[in-house]
Design a protein around this ligand. Sequence first.
Ligand code: MRU
Length: 362
Amino acid sequence: MVSVKEIKEMFKPKLKPIIWDNNQNKLTVLDQSLLPFEKVFVELRTPEEVADAIRLMKVRGAPAIGITASYGMVLSVLKASSIDDALKLLHNAKQVMDKARPTAVNLSWATSHMLNRAKQYVESGEAKNVKELVELLKKDANKVFDDEMEAEIQMGLYGLEKLNSGDTVLTQCNAGGLATGTGLGTALAPVKIAHLLGMNVSVIAPETRPWLQGSRLTVYELMEEGIPVTLITDTAVGLVMFKKMVSSVMVGADRILSDGHVYNKIGTFKEAVIAHEMGIPFYVLAPVSTFDLKSSVNDVKIEERDPNEVRTVRGVPIAPENVKVFNPVFDVTPPKYITAIITEKGVIYPPFDKNVRKIVER
Ligand code: MRU
C-alpha cells in the first residue's frame, strides 16, 4: 500500500495555478478564464483584487478559492498601521471576499479561519506588532495550501481503492488541480495517482456548459499530464452510461450538508440520477473544509450568473439576443443517489445523516 508521503514525493504538478512568493509577499494566479487558449498569470495585490478575480472566475473551484482568499487575508494586513488596524482590515477583507461567490463554502471557511488565527495571536500576545502578525498569518496561509495538498493525496488514495486498471471515470466540471490550486485535485486525484502508479485509467469529461470548465480546463489539465481523456457534450452523459463506457462517476463539491446533500457544478445531479439508475457507483470527493454542518437545503444560495453566459459561447451569439435565461451554476444532489463521499478523514457511506458528522467531526 503506497503512502501519502510517497505520493507527495512522486507527484510533480505540471500546473501551478496559485503562486505565493513568501519573500516578496506576492500573490500570482493563473487566469483560468483564458485557458487553454492563453496562459496568463495575474498579480493580485489587495483583497478587492482577490474578490474580483474570484468573481470573474480567474480563480475558481472551491478549494482554490479558499486558498487564494487565505492569501488575500495576508495581503490585507501588509500595510496595517497597528495591530488594531490590522484586525479591522482583516474583518473588512473577509467581508469583501466572502461576497465574491455565494455557494462554495471553502471561501468563508478560509477567511474565518485566518481571522480567528489573527485574533488568537493578538489575544495571546504571540503577535506584538504588525510585522509579527504578518509572518504568523503567512505561515497559516501556506498551511492552508499544504493541508489541501495532503488532503487531496489522502482522498486520492481512498479513491484509488475504488478503481481498477482499465477503468473509465466520468467527471463533471473541473475538480482537478486547477480547481484546488495544488495541481492535483479532488475528483481527479484518484485517476492522477492511478496514472502515476502505472495503472491504465481514463476520463470522460462533459464540456460543462456554460463556462466550459470540462472542455477548457479538465481536458487541458489531463492532456498536460498524459492521462487519456474523451470530451463529450453535457447531453451525452446518459448515453455513455447506457453504453457501459463508464466504470464510476467521480465529482468534486462546493458544499456538503450534514445530511449528505451535495452542491456541485450544474449537471452533477443529472449524472448522479443516471448513474444510480444504471448501477454505476457515484463518488463525491471533497476535503472537510467543504462541509457545512450548520445549513439545510433551504439556506443555501445557488449562484446564478450572467445570462449572456448562456446566450453566447465565448462571445459568439447562439440564441436570440434578449431571450429570457435562467443560469444557475450549481445544483444539489440528494443523498440517495450518492454511493460514498470521500474525504481526507475517511470514506463516508450512507446513511449520511448519521455518518457525515461521525467522520467530519472526528
Ligand atoms: O464554478 P466553478 O468552476 O468554481 O465550479 C467548480 C466546481 O463545481 C467544482 O466541482 C468544485 O468546486 C470542486 S473543485 C475541487
